[in-house]
Design a binder for this molecule. Structure first.
Ligand code: SF4
Length: 366
């Protein structure tokens, strides 16, 4: 584990994957890693689902997935699609008819686990419609639903077993003469998930087609623990050049997933843009409400399309040093603070005016 995974010419693995068109977006082949999320509304409720997708779009979501458990949900897709601006993926479990209806209603991609939609015939029925409309299929397998024979073969649920399960399903669909595919393999065990992606990337290089990979750490938990598990897991996988789309799964508001995904991509240098806030951890020298200020600054900068760094520091010990690197910053004093720009002190002001002064600078940033 842990080696940088590269292609023949030293390029990241993701530049070797085949390009797949999802609605008006293209993934794979070295295209930017796109951020996905999933709605948690009832898909049948068009109004609530559209409202959530629009909110996620504003936060930076680039592909949205909705569950399609009923005929009404499949029908709702047509209406939802009219009102949103990003590709929609239909998530199907157990009922192959829902996959077909979702495609007929305009889904830009479907996500199925060919192992749980009722046998070869049903998979074939889905593949035939996908082929007709050239709709990509994400083949998703999950450690929780690993086939018995693979559990026995590998002496339990293992990374190798998950990879074999995914490739078996890919081969099944290739044998039906369809290869517009994306693969996802998931495990809530972070290190197993990382290992499985490494093995899959290795294995795909020997396959007919190197399919793009959707990466996520499943059932990762509530916002705090889910963020940590996702950052470690996705960081290790993406950092090795693997992964074409990502989802941070959190038990919480999906908008949080987008914020985390953006931060993970930015931290890995896979995404530019957006204001980066750096802030000190506070200590006994802090004499202003720095935690409150940093939280408000983080919220404030969300809406600015600027590619700059803003520092929020508790005191002048590290403040000016940090402010040299940051484009803009504040450092606290005793009930007051200093505003910095490109390492130079602009002015001193009472603590209560710091946020407004930062906002003013951002509003007039050139
Ligand atoms: S910047 Fe100042 S207040 Fe913040 S941790 Fe460093 S010494 Fe403490």
């Amino acid at each position: 584990m842990g080696q940088i995974f590269t292609g023949e010419q030293g390029a990241p693995f993701r530049s070797l994957t085949r390009k797949v068109q999802i609605g008006d977006r293209v993934i794979g082949g070295g295209n930017p890693v796109l951020i996905q999320s999933m709605t948690n509304t009832k898909t049948e409720d068009v109004q609530a689902t559209v409202a959530q997708i629009l909110e996620l779009e504003r936060a930076g979501c680039e592909i949205i997935r909705c569950t399609v458990p009923t005929e009404d949900a499949a029908k709702a897709i047509a209406e939802i699609k009219k009102q949103i601006h990003i590709p929609l993926v239909a998530d199907i479990h157990f009922n192959y008819r829902m996959a077909i209806q979702a495609m007929e209603n305009g889904a830009d991609k479907i996500r199925i686990n060919p192992g749980n939609i009722g046998g070869m015939e049903h998979v074939k029925a889905v593949v035939d419609v996908a082929k007709e409309r050239n709709i990509p299929i994400r083949v998703g397998v999950n450690s929780g639903s690993l086939e018995k024979h693979l559990v026995e073969k590998y002496g339990g649920v293992t990374a190798a077993g998950i990879v074999e399960s995914a490739l078996d399903k890919v081969h099944m669909i290739e044998d039906m003469d369809y290869d517009n595919l994306v693969i996802s393999i998931k495990s809530s065990d972070v290190l197993m998930c990382v290992e499985a992606h490494e093995l899959l990337a290795e294995a795909l290089k020997k396959e007919k087609t190197i399919y793009p990979l959707h990466v996520g750490i499943t059932e990762s938990g509530t916002v705090a623990s889910g963020n940590i598990k996702s950052a470690i897991g996705l960081g290790m996988i993406l950092g090795q050049g693997i992964g074409d789309t990502i989802r941070v799964s959190l038990t919480g508001n999906p908008v949080e997933e987008i914020k985390s995904a953006k931060l993970i991509l930015r931290t890995l240098g896979l995404r530019k843009g957006g204001i980066e806030v750096v802030s000190c951890p506070t200590c006994g020298r802090t004499q202003i409400d720095l935690i409150g200020l940093a939280t408000r600054v983080e919220k404030l900068v969300e809406d600015y399309p600027l590619d700059i760094k803003v520092a929020v520091m508790g005191c002048v010990v590290n403040g000016p040093g940090e402010a040299k690197e940051a484009d803009l910053g504040v450092a606290g004093g005793i009930g007051e603070g200093i505003l910095f720009k490109h390492g130079e002190i602009l002015r001193k002001m009472p603590e209560g005016e710091l946020l407004g002064a930062l906002k003013d600078e951002l509003d007039h940033w050139v």
